[in-house]
Design a protein around this ligand. Structure first.
Ligand SMILES: NC(=O)c1ccc[n+]([C@@H]2O[C@H](COP(=O)([O-])OP(=O)(O)OC[C@H]3O[C@@H](n4cnc5c(N)ncnc54)[C@H](OP(=O)(O)O)[C@@H]3O)[C@@H](O)[C@H]2O)c1
Length: 352
């Protein structure tokens, strides 16, 4: 068992990273034998917060490759969990190159976990078939193409392949972690709400009702924030305990207990939004051009068009996690049963 790893956790003021930091803090130290846990911060108040969770704040200017390399090498960081940008690979590649220097300097194995999203395995990048995270995904990520209307979105898949390539080149063990529709209250010191189900609420408020954006009944994997967090933690625990787990081209990890139809999420959320007086009608309808325009006005379209943010199909199943001892606690239908609390959490946060 290695006691010598220094870890860098990024995104700790965010929903996923904040909840992971809290979770790690709550675990018996003997189950997570690391030396120092650094948390990337950008403000003094974030620095104070991470200290409360037992982490050492580290400020790195991610726009400055020299700053990234110097910090990682000086602090002999040998494990990085990246939870900041699913889309572009530049920062991650610099970090991976710095990890090689740490490996040469310390003789330790070095590890890089990149957080992508289930969208990289979905119709939004031209994938229609059913997949599991143990399939040969590297080649698919390298070659799949997004629909012509938003061809730029292929980059999310390309980034995953680029990170695996960079890690292979630099002798770094890499893991591609895919959160999906994550729900449930975050327990971190910063953002406590998620992304895609929040987009459903924001779009509904702007449009006056919940609209569906796809024909048929497409499905998407879902995961409670607790289960998503425990998969991150199980990967970290395995690394710290020196257990070799699938990595590189085999190192894709979907955090999900199963899929739910978007239509069922829309209906459950529409019912609650109607009860709360936020929308005038609980019936879900197909969006026309005008409705899409109103929905878009409620969303930040830099994150992709309306259909990318709250629709699409993704037949992606989690297998790798169970192979390393991860057991999700919440079945997929739980997101529907928890719709009341989830919508209240989202409305309270957006209005607070
Ligand atoms: N939540 C989901 O359901 C979900 C699903 C699939 C994929 N993902 C992906 O997972 C990642 C984390 O998601 P999240 O929900 O935790 O997002 P979030 O709540 O918006 O948090 C983003 C985090 O990234 C940090 N960050 C952004 N730019 C930074 C920079 N230049 N330097 C340092 N820190 C920076 C933010 O710090 P500040 O607070 O200082 O801005 C914050 O801590 C994202 O890439 C997201 O696309 C999330």
């Amino acid at each position: 068992m290695s006691q010598t790893h220094n870890i860098l956790l990024t995104g700790t003021s965010g929903y996923l990273g904040g909840t992971l930091l809290t979770h790690l803090h709550d675990q018996p130290k003997s189950t997570l034998p690391y030396n120092t846990l650094y948390a990337l911060v950008r403000t003094e108040s974030q620095a104070l917060s991470v200290r409360e969770y037992g982490a050492t704040p580290l400020t790195i200017d991610l726009n400055n490759p020299t700053s990234i390399t110097t910090s990682i090498v000086e602090h002999e960081i040998s494990i990085i969990f990246f939870l900041i940008d699913a889309f572009l690979p530049h920062t991650q590649k610099t970090m991976i190159s710095a990890l090689e220097t740490v490996r040469r300097k310390t003789g330790r194995n070095v590890h890089f976990l990149h957080t992508t999203g289930a969208k990289a395995f979905s119709s939004h990048v031209g994938i229609a078939q059913e997949l599991s995270d143990t399939d040969e995904l590297y080649e698919i990520q390298r070659s799949t193409n997004a629909p012509r209307e938003y061809s730029w979105f292929s980059q999310i898949a390309r980034t995953n392949a680029d990170i695996i390539d960079a890690a292979e080149e630099h002798g770094v063990l890499s893991y591609i972690f895919a959160p999906c529709i994550v729900y449930g209250e975050g327990t971190g010191y910063g953002n406590k709400i998620s992304i895609q189900d929040v987009a459903v609420v924001k779009a509904a408020r702007a449009a006056g009702r919940v609209y569906k954006v796809d024909a048929g009944k497409p499905v998407w994997p879902v995961s409670h924030i607790h289960d998503t967090t425990t998969l991150y933690a199980q990967i970290l625990r395995s690394i710290l305990c020196g257990v070799e787990i699938p990595h590189g081209r085999d190192g894709f990890y979907l955090a999900s207990s199963g899929c739910v139809a978007w239509d069922d999420i829309y209906s459950a959320f529409a019912g609650v939004l109607y009860k709360r007086g936020v929308i005038d009608d609980a019936v879900v309808e197909m969006a026309d051009g005008e409705a899409l325009g109103r929905m878009g006005a409620g969303l930040d379209l830099r994150n992709g068009g309306v259909a990318v943010q709250l629709g699409g199909s993704c037949h992606f199943a989690a297998v790798n996690g169970s192979r390393i001892g991860w057991r999700p606690e919440y079945p997929p239908e739980h997101i529907l049963e928890a719709a009341d609390q989830e919508v209240d959490l989202i409305l309270g946060t957006l209005d607070g």
